[in-house]
Design a protein around this ligand. Structure first.
Ligand code: WT7
Length: 652
């Protein structure tokens, strides 16, 4: 846990309280407090009630089968996710309702009604079929934030193919690793996307990845359009590469939705862990859809007149669950934006809120801290009066940022839902319910009804400050790690018997509220993105000049954490600023720009125990300029002093 205990005590002394505004509570989706007790006394019944709001082709016969660590939900049930997100609403007469309100970074716009989105999804699903994609096949999606990203995901679910979305900021190597691990058959990409006025040339990256992705048989390329496509030539390999628009226009319009078993795979999403190799988190169909549907409706208090905007990228789980599946399953009107928050200026998000009449806005603490630093005048220039609910996700939110969000963006009238969950949990797990929960800045408050958590010591003993654990199965839980069930068991289920280890530290206050304290493993959270220290270390060691590297997180005002790397060079290699820049770029190339270390400290030795284990705890102390803790177990205690000096010089 990176926070020092003084700051933590201050945090827990937070006594500002924000009860749900009366008029908000009166019309809230969830405003009966007995829901917590009802759900706790019969979780299976509770989740079944939510599941029965969806369309099932065949009903389930058993709600839950729990053979730890494997859970199956809604056994025997058959359904289709794209049917529930599209056909269901069109059949209910809501085909003309806007589904996606998309805006590109340059200001171009596209809108899809539910009927139009259904037609596009059907056509593209047929296009995928024409490339030989069928039920169970894996499809990699490497796209910018364009409507086709949602279309591609839904098209896969329609025919039972399993998607693996790879964030567009990942490098060719990272993309190839994911193609290979999933043994993906088709890759869907674009000529490029806009980011802060520059083109991200995705097809070019994809081509580099394809040189080392032997399982990919076909590539579909979306033409982003406008000036981007005019200035970004792509090389199409005949027989392998296909334009999206040509596939879609050649395809038959109707595509029946495949009847999927509740436990059929829906998607794989890779996330960083404590080894150098990201793991493919596996989600299935019925339980996942049920929990994202329920939490979207209840936590975001979705009503018919809402315009909902989640600023995440579809490449992360937040984009899967709260841009695509949860909102569309609820027939929401969803805003989707391609680009950066500060392009062409730092008011862009607020201009979008005004333009689309956004009522529900969901973003990350790192973004809020950046807005705060940019100043109140940017949001002040737009009319934000339609906003009625705000949300945050991805990392702990510091009370100062919470208060700013509440005051400046929420006009002191909007409840804030601080939602804790993970790629592995698939959906929100700990959160206020905005019509019921009195919030306090900095706490995610209580588990969602039907979810049970505990704070445990290593021994399994319950405590008020320790490891966050989830003690009963939940519908949208990960089912395994793709191709590595042993890793699934050892990562999440080996600390205690039949209890899920989340990897976070947490504390419970006197109101019973949960305060998430951050990761307790070697996983960093940089600007809300999960990065494994081992991955960055492997990327550094891959450079010909490097012998050894140790990577730690360092508190950062905006990003929450930034990456500090301690690097030992090969004999005879001189340290230089140029080499430092080269190493940072090397990590960017191996993993992606988000993983670039903020500082690189060259060192002849790393602090190690006598058994040779790198003491990251000491490196964290050094990186944060703190008094270094106990060094008696070090093989060479003098290393620490030398490192501190070097680090101080670096910081200036
Ligand atoms: C990790 C999961 C869930 C989508 C985004 C990240 C941290 C997430 C909160 C929150 C404190 C949070 C945890 C968690 N985290 N939400 N509201 N308060 N910490 O998904 O990449 O799987 O990362 O993000 O450390 O374990 P992810």
């Amino acid at each position: 846990m990176s926070s020092d205990s003084g700051a933590l005590d201050d945090l827990l002394r937070e006594d500002r309280r924000f009860p749900p505004p009366r008029d908000f509570a009166d019309r809230a989706v969830m405003n009966d407090p007995s829901v917590y007790e009802r759900a706790a006394s019969d979780p299976e019944g509770y989740w079944s009630t939510w599941a029965s709001e969806l369309d099932w082709f065949e009903p389930w016969h058993t709600v839950l089968e729990w053979t730890p660590p494997h859970a199956k939900w809604f056994l025997g049930g058959k359904l289709n996710v794209s049917h529930n997100c599209l056909d269901r609403h069109v059949q209910a007469g809501r085909g003309d309702r806007p589904a996606l309100l998309w805006e590109g970074e340059p200001g171009d716009t596209r809108t899809f009604t539910y009927a139009e989105l259904l037609a596009e999804v059907c056509a593209f699903a047929n296009g995928l079929k024409s490339l030989g994609v069928g039920k169970g096949d894996r499809v990699t999606i490497y796209l910018p934030m364009v409507p086709e990203a949602a279309v591609a995901m839904l098209a896969c679910t329609r025919i039972g193919a399993v998607h693996s979305v790879v964030f567009g900021g990942f490098s060719p190597d990272s993309l190839a690793d994911r193609n290979n691990d999933a043994r993906a058959k088709v890759l869907i990409t674009a000529d490029g996307g806009w980011r802060r006025g520059s083109v991200v040339a995705l097809k070019e990256n994809a081509d580099a990845a394809l040189e080392q992705s032997p399982t990919i048989e076909h590539v579909v390329v979306v033409e982003r359009g406008g000036a981007l496509s005019a200035q970004t030539p792509v090389t199409m390999v005949p027989g392998r590469d296909h334009w999206y628009h040509e596939l879609v226009s050649a395809a038959a319009p109707d595509c029946p939705a495949e009847s999927m078993d509740a436990e059929d795979l829906l998607f794989i999403l890779y996330t960083s862990g404590t080894t150098g190799k990201p793991k493919g988190v596996v989600h299935t169909t019925g339980g996942y859809l049920t929990q994202v549907y329920a939490t979207t409706k209840a936590v975001f208090d979705l009503h018919d007149d809402d315009v909902y905007w989640c600023t995440a990228d579809v490449g992360w789980v937040t984009g899967h669950s709260y841009i695509v599946y949860g909102p569309l399953a609820n027939c929401a009107q969803v805003v989707m934006y391609e680009g950066a928050p500060d392009f062409p200026d730092r008011g862009r998000f607020w201009q979008l809120c005004e333009k689309y009449g956004v009522t529900i806005f969901y973003t990350a603490p790192t973004a809020i801290r950046a807005f705060m630093r940019w100043g109140d005048s940017w949001p002040g220039q737009s009319d934000l009066s339609k906003l009625r609910l705000l949300g945050t996700v991805g990392e702990p939110i510091n009370p100062e940022a919470w208060m700013w969000y509440h005051r400046v963006i929420g006009g002191e009238r909007c409840p804030i839902v601080d939602t804790w969950w993970q790629t592995e949990t698939g959906a929100i797990m700990i959160t206020p319910l905005p019509g019921l929960t009195e919030t306090k800045p900095g706490t995610a408050t209580r588990p969602f009804p039907g979810i049970q958590v505990a704070i445990k010591e290593e021994s399994g003993q319950e405590t008020s400050a320790g490891y966050l654990a989830i003690t009963t199965p939940w519908p949208s839980m990960l089912r395994t790690v793709w191709g590595d069930d042993e890793r699934f068991r050892s990562t999440y289920w080996s600390k205690w018997e039949n209890v899920y280890f989340a990897g976070d530290g947490a504390k419970r206050d006197e109101d019973g509220y949960l305060w998430i304290l951050g990761r307790v493993d070697d996983v960093l959270n940089v600007a809300g993105h999960r990065i494994g220290t081992m991955e960055v270390e492997s990327a550094l060691v891959d450079h010909p000049s490097v012998v050894e590297a140790a990577v730690v997180g360092k508190a950062h005002e905006i990003k929450g954490e930034s990456i500090a790397a301690f690097v030992t060079l090969k004999e005879g290699i001189a340290t230089s600023d140029a080499l430092m820049a080269e190493l940072r770029d090397h990590v960017g190339k191996k993993i992606g720009p988000i993983a670039k270390p903020e500082i690189v400290v060259f060192t002849a030795d790393l602090p190690k125990t006598r058994s040779g284990k790198i003491m990251r705890r000491l490196l964290r102390d050094i990186a944060e300029g703190r008094t270094v803790g106990d060094t008696t177990t070090l093989a060479d205690p003098a290393v620490v002093r030398r490192l501190q000096q070097m680090h101080e010089e670096k910081e200036g």
